[in-house]
Ligand binder design. Structure first.
Ligand SMILES: [Zn+2]
Length: 296
């Protein structure tokens, strides 16, 4: 058992580090911009800088390290795939970081880290099967079963963002059409806004508008309907004890009202009860989940 658990959240815009003590109490936190345009070597150097400072704060006491990042490492060769920090794709990320910081690390998908943090310490605490959903730039998710992440032989468990809800829908970067992500992620919604001649408005700004035009209402209602379709499918498939929403769009209250009602309409039960709730750990869930990866 290590004295401390260090988590590193390697995102497209920021790299964050946090330390939990043996009782999982957060002790330290720091972040730096990723500056991904400067390349992989630069990113790994930044991770090393953050790590050295963090290590000093615990005077070099024994610790484990987990890294959460979009995408995953393919099992056979350990090469990064599906990261939206494109310069990392195809690289043996775990080996490169370990070589730089001279310490073993665990690497896991960031949505899985979010789900783990919420299941262990957040809104999903006390529930045996937690579906953690990320609705940010993209749309990801992760299943945590009895406080362990379900990874799966292909490491795609929880990737509901790339399930298809309309075969004639918009093209997705993954090569399919009508993926959940093209409808209910921030990026997907913003594309829909542009197609409706609504420019210079982010998804979050759209939700926070003071007054809605008729067109806005149609877009919003379609958003809720697609959220309902997508989530209803997952709930019917695995019947989680709770669904915890995270990512920038999870702050939108309509998801827990109109969105939840439409999800319930799609559930194969007369009186659905699945709680659909907002996360409790906010922005910190990713880095805390990364720290929790190696807690045992
Ligand atoms: Zn897709």
């Amino acid at each position: 058992m290590k004295n401390y658990h260090i988590g590193i959240d390697l995102g497209g815009t920021k790299i964050e580090i946090a330390i939990l003590d043996a009782n999982l109490i957060p002790k330290y936190k720091k972040r730096l911009p990723t500056e991904s345009a400067k390349g992989a070597e630069h990113i790994i150097r930044k991770i090393s800088l953050l790590y050295e400072d963090a290590k000093e704060s615990i005077k070099g006491a024994s610790h484990s390290i987990g890294v959460g990042t979009p995408g995953s490492l393919c099992i056979d060769k350990g090469l990064m795939r599906n990261s939206n920090t494109l310069c990392l794709n195809g690289l043996p990320l775990k080996k490169l970081i370990e070589a730089k910081i001279q310490h073993e690390i665990y690497v896991e998908n960031d949505a899985n880290c979010f789900a783990l943090a919420e299941a262990v310490m957040g809104a999903g605490k006390g529930h045996s099967l937690v579906f953690g959903v990320i609705m940010g730039t993209g749309c990801g998710g992760g299943f945590v079963i009895n406080q362990s992440i379900r990874i799966g032989p292909q490491q795609i468990a929880g990737e509901w963002g790339h399930t298809v809800i309309n075969t004639n829908g918009p093209e997705c970067y993954c090569g399919k059409r009508g993926c959940v992500e093209t409808y209910i992620s921030g990026g997907g919604l913003e594309k829909i806004l542009r197609e409706n001649n609504i420019y210079h408005t982010t998804a979050e700004q759209f939700f926070n508008k003071k007054t809605f035009t008729e067109k806005d209402h149609i877009i919003l209602n379609n958003f809720y309907a697609n959220f309902g379709f997508a989530l209803g499918n997952v709930i019917n498939t695995i019947d989680p004890d709770i669904v915890v929403l995270g990512g920038g769009l999870s702050n939108h209250s309509g998801l827990y009202d109109a969105g939840k009602k439409l999800a319930y309409n799609k559930i194969f039960h007369e009186h659905p009860t699945t709680p659909i709730v907002k996360n409790m750990l906010g922005d910190s869930a990713g880095v805390i989940g990364a720290a929790l990866l190696s807690r045992n």
